[in-house]
Design a protein around this ligand. Structure first.
Ligand code: SF4
Length: 251
């Protein structure tokens, strides 16, 4: 099976799934066009991060399987990322099944646009964790559409993904000064059993010209944002300088 795949992988990552070593497999392409997405410069990003990344192009799915087998003794999980992995449901399911057969946990980093595809993976017991990007308050469809480059029904789909049961969920938001509405997003998570990660937006990767001129949030500013939503049980920040840090923890 040929896989529509960027060819970019991180064989062993300790930052994509907190507390675990995981292989990260990047699918190509996305149905959104987020203002801050670095996807359009995907290969350049890969080059910049060499040697962590092994870059390539569209590859056979067997090659991905081989990589999972090669790294199996160093990892406990596989994370499918992108682009948008759920835009390739057959390949995603095939690889998730393969990873599970190796005794590995499976996570998917997603924009949440295809809740029914995530639901199918849960039903088939092929998914252990969803890393769900929530880009604006889901109750604000207009703002959500603006951030995602005009996807008018994005907010509704994300809400349906957020409501999925039977799987651990980590919600993530990438923040820029002109886009951050952490408090609005956090309110939509109140009472839900999920982790919330506030990620430092990196202006130089953003396709949007205005965002590229912004000053990124500092670690201290992000920590303050996290503390401002301490009504949630588990809030973390992720920065270039320090990686992921837990700021709020309520047991
Ligand atoms: S959903 Fe993710 S991969 Fe897709 S455009 Fe937005 S940031 Fe990029």
């Amino acid at each position: 099976m040929a896989l529509v795949f960027s060819g970019v992988t991180i064989p062993v990552s300790t930052i994509d799934w907190y507390g675990r070593s995981a292989s990260v497999i990047f699918f190509n392409g996305c149905n959104f066009k987020c203002l801050y997405c670095s996807n359009n410069k995907f290969i350049e990003v890969a080059n910049r991060l060499e040697p962590l990344f092994k870059k390539g192009s569209v590859v056979d799915i067997e090659e991905i399987e081989k990589q999972i087998l090669d790294t199996k003794s160093f990892i406990s999980a596989v994370v499918f990322s992108g682009g948008e992995p759920t835009a390739h449901p057959e390949e995603l399911e095939h690889l998730a099944r393969f990873a599970k057969a190796q005794g590995l946990l499976v996570g998917v980093e997603t924009n949440g646009y295809y809740p029914e595809r995530l639901g199918k993976l849960i039903q088939e017991k092929l998914l252990d964790k969803i890393f769900l990007d929530i880009k604006a308050p889901p109750g604000d469809a207009q703002r959500y559409s603006m951030v995602t480059g005009g996807i008018r029904d994005a907010a509704g789909h994300a809400l349906r993904s957020l409501a999925l049961k039977g799987v651990a969920v980590e919600v993530r938001t990438t923040v820029f000064r002109s886009l951050a509405d952490v408090s609005g997003i956090a309110k939509s998570l109140e009472g839900r059993d999920c982790t919330y990660v506030i990620q430092q937006g990196i202006p130089e990767y953003a396709p949007d010209e205005k965002l590229r001129k912004e000053k990124p949030f500092t670690r201290e500013e992000l920590a303050a944002l996290a503390k401002s939503v301490a009504f949630l049980k588990d809030v973390r920040i992720r920065t270039r300088e320090k990686g992921e840090e837990r700021i709020v923890r309520v047991d």
